[in-house]
Design a binder for this molecule. Structure first.
Ligand SMILES: Nc1ncnc2c1ncn2[C@@H]1O[C@H](COP(=O)(O)OP(=O)(O)O)[C@@H](O)[C@H]1O
Ligand SMILES: [Mg+2]
Length: 72
């Protein structure tokens, strides 16, 4: 089963998207981001569910996240 979430937002550069699942990585201004959201999300999906969380993006256009789960 796949769950896909897509937005028409700021998108991300290659440099940013390559780091988004790193714990405490944030591209937001100081005091605005914690850098924990995607790191914890990927941990939950991968370590507790055995699934995968991936992201793709077009800078200044869109971002899409896919959660893939193996259901019995
Ligand atoms: N939907 C999105 N569109 C564009 N950039 C995003 C999106 N979601 C996450 N990001 C980028 O990934 C980074 C890490 O996200 P996250 O782990 O949630 O930490 P935080 O939101 O605290 O910065 C954000 O700082 C942002 O640069
Ligand atoms: Mg966040």
């Amino acid at each position: 089963m796949w769950i896909q979430i897509k937005d028409k937002g700021t998108g991300m550069s290659e440099e940013i998207i390559s780091q988004i699942f790193d714990f405490s990585f944030t591209a937001k201004a100081i005091g605005k981001g914690t850098g924990t959201g995607l790191s914890i999300s990927s941990h939950i999906v991968e370590e507790t569910q055995g699934g995968s969380l991936t992201g793709s993006s077009v800078l200044r256009e869109e971002t899409e996240f896919t959660i893939a789960l193996h259901l019995e």
